[in-house]
Design a protein around this ligand. Structure first.
Ligand code: SF4
Ligand code: SF4
Ligand code: SF4
Length: 294
């Protein structure tokens, strides 16, 4: 099976498996069993009625807000372990909300690949990470020293879709409690889903703090794409195939790479491979500086 099809099959299987608590959909209630102590690596809301596992971003805001430092260390270890192993491979293969945006992008329409300000806007997700995931939950606390999950509450479109749309549709009590905040969040969700028709993964590119975290590891992840500089003919086919704006041959914008493999499929010279970053094999990334984008 070609990589693109295999990837979509994996994305579909992971999305279904992460949200396979059928009773939750039938009763409009959240699963609260022991599996919820575990996190999926991608963005999948704790509050989806079908969710069997927790979301790492929701978890980390919860522990920062409640000052449970031991648990904070657990999340730091979780991000470091996943990131060091495979960076944003999670985004390309294991994240339900990334998958949803990709599916929507398949709707036939005029596509926008590049526009002025595209790359500077990518830094926005780091601001969202620092402000809404770290600082506000840590310092904007109530009289008891308790913070809130600011990213979940005010921004997260995956949470709105899974917990704020599906759950209220199934639960009458929740529908009655809907107010201005709900309308704000639905507005963000609808805007991002509409944007996804024309722009490939707009939430992943510009806003997602989880992608920002994993992207920091892309240059050093154990598993990553390597370019054999001896085979590369500098034809540019890989760059043209990349929908995330990465030039893998020059190591440019590597933190944006979601490991989708489109560049590898486009390379007629067979210069791109996905492998563990260790030692030299025949023609493996010999030019380390260039490969690492330093
Ligand atoms: S950037 Fe965020 S939403 Fe997009 S695929 Fe990665 S974790 Fe999922
Ligand atoms: S498609 Fe292959 S040969 Fe062409 S520039 Fe990219 S890596 Fe080099
Ligand atoms: S560089 Fe290759 S693997 Fe990375 S996002 Fe672009 S096409 Fe996908």
């Amino acid at each position: 099976m070609e990589l693109g099809k295999a990837r979509r099959a994996i994305q579909a299987a992971v999305s279904l498996a992460a949200n396979s608590y059928v009773i939750g959909f039938l009763k409009g209630k959240i699963y609260r069993g022991s599996l919820k102590n575990l996190c999926v690596p991608g963005l999948n809301c704790y509050s989806c009625p079908g969710a069997l596992f927790s979301c790492p971003l929701g978890g980390v805001q919860g522990v920062i807000g409640s000052r449970q430092y031991q648990l904070s260390l657990f999340f730091i270890g979780f991000f470091m372990a996943v990131g060091a192993l495979c960076g944003r491979f999670v985004c390309g293969f294991l994240c339900p909300f990334g998958f949803l945006q990709e599916l929507i992008h398949k709707i036939p329409s005029k596509k926008i690949r590049n526009f002025k300000g595209d790359m500077p806007l990518r830094y926005l997700k780091y601001a969202v990470l620092v402000l809404f995931v770290l600082l506000l939950p840590m310092f904007a606390v109530d009289a008891f020293g308790q913070g809130e999950a600011w990213f979940c509450k005010y921004i997260c479109p995956a949470g709105t879709l899974e917990g704020g749309v599906i759950l209220p549709l199934l639960n009458q009590g929740l529908r009655a409690a809907i107010g201005a905040l709900y309308r704000w969040k639905v507005g963000i969700l609808v805007a991002l889903l509409l944007l996804s028709i024309a722009i490939y993964r707009p939430f992943c590119k510009y806003l997602c703090p989880l992608g920002a975290i994993y992207g920091l590891f892309n240059r050093v992840a154990l598993l990553r794409y390597r370019v054999d500089q001896e085979r590369c003919t500098q034809c540019g086919a890989c760059q043209r195939a990349c929908q995330m704006g990465v030039d893998i041959t020059k190591g440019m914008h590597l933190s944006e790479c979601i490991f989708c493999g489109d560049c590898r499929a486009a390379c007629k010279a067979g210069a791109i491979s996905f492998r563990a970053a260790r030692g030299k094999k025949t023609g493996d990334a010999i030019n380390f500086k260039r490969d690492a984008g330093i």
